[in-house]
Ligand binder design. Structure first.
Ligand SMILES: Nc1ncnc2c1ncn2[C@@H]1O[C@@H](CSCCNC[C@@H]2Cc3ccc([N+](=O)[O-])cc3CN2)[C@@H](O)[C@H]1O
Length: 279
């Protein structure tokens, strides 16, 4: 029997998603952290370093007074925690999520204070300074973060329901944050936009989305010899995808990588920070 055009389209979508999942089989959290979350990309002595810029955007977004509630969900956490260091002071319940068990295990290592976990101390100290606290309050912040992270769950943004059933209260989360995930897991722009729509289903009406992503990136190294394709985005495409997924854009800022931040682990040219609201 002849397959309908809709079935063929759906099959193409599923094939693209499956191919992306296959790319992630070799993802290496330790290498990824080394590539992106150590100097020069995480150099707290440089005003033009990438991580201080990201932490500043997140601090402002979480503390300017309009974001609040009980539950924050971080979509596609990877092995990183920096994206919730400001939000953990605002929300009583923080849910971390990732597609890969290796990343969920890396997060549990730090949260469980296990030997050999990644050292987030400089990040904690920097965010304490942004909050007008002494950097020595970093241990209090670490304890706060450990106290509010209630779950570390599997997620697949290509599913209409990306999280396990029953994870969220019925209205949805009060706020979502997602950093460098959607463009790195979507085979094409249409898939990126669909994933944004799936995230909307996790968020209550009136809730906020804080989205950090790469501009102009076509690949990145997820480990030695692990080259992962990325949807190259520009600002206009990001704004259009947000609009067509039912978000109202509240703020967009961008960062252009200085030459010495281009260290060969990807071809990213810039970074966007979006604050949006589900209306
Ligand atoms: N279907 C899925 N649903 C949800 N998450 C999924 C799915 N598949 C994989 N994942 C999950 O999503 C992944 C998130 S890490 C994605 C990395 N993004 C690209 C990388 C990041 C980066 C960082 C810093 C800087 N910089 O300039 O400082 C630049 C760049 C640009 N390159 C990974 O955790 C995977 O496990």
């Amino acid at each position: 029997m002849e397959r309908g055009k809709g079935e063929d389209k759906e099959q193409v979508i599923q094939d693209g998603v499956a191919a992306m999942a296959h790319c992630y089989k070799g993802f290496n959290p330790t290498a990824y952290l080394q590539y992106n979350y150590t100097p020069p990309r995480a150099d707290f002595s440089r005003a033009d370093s990438i991580v201080p810029w990201k932490l500043g955007c997140l601090h402002r977004a979480f503390t300017e007074g309009d974001v609040g509630g009980e539950m924050l969900v971080d979509v596609g956490s990877g092995p990183t925690l920096y994206q919730v260091l400001s939000g953990c002071e605002v929300f009583g319940r923080v849910v971390l999520t990732d597609f890969l068990d290796v990343n969920r295990r890396e997060l549990r290592r730090w949260l469980g204070e296990e030997e050999g976990s990644f050292d987030w101390t400089p990040y904690l100290q920097h965010v304490c300074k942004l909050e007008g606290r002494s950097p020595s309050a970093w241990q209090e912040k670490a304890a706060r973060l450990r106290s509010v992270v209630t779950e570390i769950l599997p997620i697949d943004v290509h599913q209409p329901s990306p999280l396990p059933p029953g994870t969220l209260p019925s209205p949805g989360a009060d706020c979502l944050v997602s950093s460098f995930c959607l463009e790195s897991v979507s085979p094409d722009l249409a898939s990126f936009t669909r994933a944004l729509g799936h995230l909307s289903a996790l968020l209550k009406t009136g809730g906020h989305l804080l989205l950090i992503g790469a501009l102009g990136e076509s690949y990145y190294m997820g480990g030695p010899g692990v080259r992962i394709p990325v949807v190259p985005l520009d600002e206009a495409q990001v704004c259009s995808s947000l609009r067509s997924s039912g978000y109202t854009l509240l703020h967009l800022s961008t960062y252009t990588l200085p030459p010495d931040m281009r260290v060969g682990v990807d071809d990213v040219t810039g970074i966007f920070f979006v604050k949006a609201r589900k209306m």
